[in-house]
Design a protein around this ligand. Structure first.
Ligand SMILES: [Fe+2]
Ligand SMILES: [Fe+2]
Length: 339
């Protein structure tokens, strides 16, 4: 396939493959079709078919193309590329060609994978892998806090525990950035991100037949679900986690301001900021997800449900959430930051 493009339309159709990215591809079988810009005829030409063997001569040629900034992949192949990058997440910090939305998607894919591993086996290696990728996410936010706004553009509405966990973290981090007007504390951010993403780690022990029940929960079902906080507490202990912010997210996310939550029935000022934040982000993420008992709620409706419940959910946070889902995330967060 040969295609003639102007420089402007090129970036709509193609993504540049940098030398760093190229080095991360399997040497002999790159995962995407590769194209190069032939300056002599001002055309983009296909150079290599995905997964076909790339001989030594061609490897040298694509390296030269990448160094010259003329190696590309189709933006339509973005999903394959995103999956690849999600395994080598640090690369997103150096790739200027990716949009904030695309990076948010890559983080979503990567962190869902890490959470899937961690939920299946909440052991130290899986925890360390999660911390490593969360640290990259925080570094990415640190460079420009407004980027947190884009996280909420990639929320997934089909329910799975990893997707719910990442949704909760993305919403919570965007809210936190708004609360602090972009003035973030890096260490606290890592703790908070971990707490948000791990908040439901105890749910792995709830039998799927209960979670997928199309009918109303019985008291015994509710007990089993509510037990996920205690289960999580034990798992955190086994992992030797002492971080207060992380633990508060996990232990307090079902507590409510009026004392109607669980497991400790905390109320008012006994509910810490991370606990309140995780409660709002978690409830919102639960509402926007498709469940066996009901369909997903529209983002604005979901925010409205929480804003109408100020006795249980922190009204400062639910108001910010409403702004976040109404006015367009990136601009809102940036605007708040520069106030
Ligand atoms: Fe929960
Ligand atoms: Fe949750």
């Amino acid at each position: 396939m040969t295609d003639t493009t102007s420089t402007d339309s090129m970036s709509e159709v193609y993504l540049q493959i940098s030398s760093n990215i190229l080095e991360s591809f399997p040497k002999f079988r790159p995962p995407v079709d590769m194209y190069y810009f032939d300056e002599n005829v001002a055309q983009v030409k296909k150079y290599h078919e995905a997964a076909a063997r790339l001989g030594k001569d061609k490897q040298e040629q694509v390296s030269a193309f990448a160094e010259d900034g003329v190696l590309f992949l189709l933006r339509d192949d973005y999903r394959v590329y995103a999956k690849h990058l999600s395994k080598k997440l640090g690369l997103v910090l150096t790739e200027d060609d990716l949009s904030a939305f695309e990076v948010a998607e890559i983080f979503f894919i990567a962190l869902c994978d890490r959470m899937e591993d961690f939920i299946a086996q909440p052991t130290e290696p899986a925890f360390k892998a999660l911390i490593k990728d969360i640290s990259i996410l925080v570094e990415y936010m640190w460079i420009d806090p407004c980027r947190a706004g884009h996280f909420t553009e990639t929320l997934h509405t089909e329910y799975s525990l990893p997707a719910h966990s990442v949704n909760t973290m993305f919403v919570g981090l965007a809210l936190f950035t708004m609360v602090l007007k972009g003035k973030l504390d890096r260490a606290a951010l890592v703790s908070l991100a971990l707490g948000l993403i791990m908040h439901d780690m105890g749910m792995a022990n709830v039998p799927p037949f209960i979670l997928n029940k199309p009918t109303k929960f019985l008291r015994s079902d509710r007990d089993s679900v509510e037990n996920h906080i205690e289960v999580a507490g034990k798992k955190l202990k086994r992992l030797g986690v002492t971080d207060t912010i992380l633990k508060q997210c996990v232990i307090m996310h079902h507590e409510r301001l009026d004392g109607s939550g669980y497991p400790m029935r905390l109320s008012g000022k006994d509910l810490s900021m991370p606990g309140r934040l995780c409660a709002v982000a978690d409830a919102f993420s639960a509402l926007i997800a498709e469940r066996p008992q009901r369909g997903p709620r529209d983002f604005k409706q979901a925010a409205l449900v929480l804003i109408k419940d100020p006795k249980r959910y922190d009204p400062t946070l639910t108001k910010l959430l409403a702004v976040l889902v109404t006015d367009g995330v990136a601009s809102v967060v940036c605007e708040v930051e520069s106030d």
